[in-house]
Design a protein around this ligand. Structure first.
Ligand code: SF4
Ligand code: SF4
Length: 344
């Protein structure tokens, strides 16, 4: 893997070179929280942030997406409007890149999804390393570092960003701005090792995932699920903010008085009361306890069986976003019988 570095003071110049070819989206601050937004000026970008409200998943499977139109006399008309948009996400954290890699397996395997795939091809990713806060447990979920899924990856060395080149697109970006990049030195390597070690030691939240599928299997009938069902509001916030939740609903919106309409898919949540409701009125997960149990089992057990790893990357968004403070780490530790073991 090619590794170079770029002085921080030259980042705005690098961004202006990229903007000749791509629209750049990066984390922008909004009342103390962060969201990926298109940049007007590089000065709006915040590369030091804890987490964005919604994960970058929103670019690859938008919250509301028109799949195709249907028009009288024309039949089905592809909805290409936004699919071809070429942009760069600048400043994506390792856990969020890891989450996109998980979505790659979901939407690129037996459920090949052309919408996701097209966006994946058209959207470049520049990752940036981060410092964990009290809600991050990505190290426990083995998602605090990534080896793939980015075009470039930046690590803050103080005055410069060490830059890993992950793809040929990333190499093109570096070549486009070649005078801005420099070779790394022995001192940079030492600094990188120090930064890496400091990051590992900065985690205050841990969860043990070894044998977790077995623990879940054993605790299927635990009273914890009823307790959580009593607390949960079924608001679906945990699913909406999760970088790996991918349920969606498909519906036709028909233009009244015409024979035209759109087929639209929108984000859905297994916490919603109607998620498992089928024709005839049967609801396979009528109780809130069964719905919240389903979310935990799908992430921590079902995904391990199907894809070989849990689909949680430890970003902490569901902990921050739950209005009744249901905390995934506390739930796992309670199931393990280690209620107070996690917070350092
Ligand atoms: S389950 Fe929670 S902590 Fe895990 S990836 Fe989803 S939002 Fe992040
Ligand atoms: S965010 Fe909390 S209250 Fe809302 S559905 Fe998820 S677990 Fe339930």
């Amino acid at each position: 893997m090619k590794i170079v570095k770029i002085p921080k003071k030259k980042l705005d110049l690098f961004a202006s070179i990229l903007r000749q070819h791509w629209e750049i989206h990066a984390p922008v601050e909004q009342n103390g929280r962060y969201a990926f937004k298109p940049l007007t000026h590089w000065s709006e970008a915040r590369l030091h942030y804890n987490r964005t409200i919604l994960p970058p998943k929103k670019y690859f499977m938008p919250p509301r997406e028109t799949m195709f139109h249907y028009r009288e006399g024309k039949g089905y008309v592809p909805a290409q409007e936004e699919l071809d948009q070429r942009l760069i996400l600048f400043g994506v954290h390792p856990c969020d890149i890891y989450a996109i890699n998980i979505l790659d397996e979901v939407f690129g395997g037996k459920y090949n999804d052309p919408y996701f795939q097209t966006r994946r091809k058209n959207i470049g990713i520049i990752g940036v390393d981060c410092t964990p806060d009290e809600h991050c447990f990505c190290r426990s979920m083995r998602a605090d570092t990534v080896e793939k899924g980015f075009d470039l990856f930046f690590t803050d060395l103080g005055e410069e960003y060490m830059t890993l080149v992950g793809t040929s697109l990333g190499d093109d970006m570096v070549l486009m701005a070649a005078p801005l990049f420099e070779p790394i030195t022995a001192a940079d390597i030492q600094k990188y090792k120090q930064v890496s070690s400091e990051k590992r030691q900065a985690f205050s939240l841990d969860v043990e995932i070894h044998d977790l599928p077995e623990i879940f299997e054993l605790e299927y009938k635990s009273e914890i699920w009823d307790e959580l069902g009593d607390q949960c509001l079924s608001c679906g916030s945990c699913s909406m903010v999760c970088p790996t939740c991918y349920c969606y609903d498909v519906a036709d919106t028909v233009e009244l008085g015409s024979k035209a309409g759109d087929r639209v898919r929108t984000w859905d949540s297994c916490l919603f009361h109607t998620h498992a409701l089928v024709a005839g009125g049967e609801n396979f997960r009528e109780k809130r306890s069964s719905r919240i149990k389903n979310r935990f089992y799908h992430k921590q057990r079902g995904m391990v069986a199907e894809y070989g790893r849990p689909s949680c990357v430890g970003c902490g968004r569901c902990i921050v976003g739950c209005p009744v403070h249901i905390d995934i780490v506390q739930v796992i530790n309670r199931l393990r019988g280690e209620d107070h073991a996690n917070r350092g």
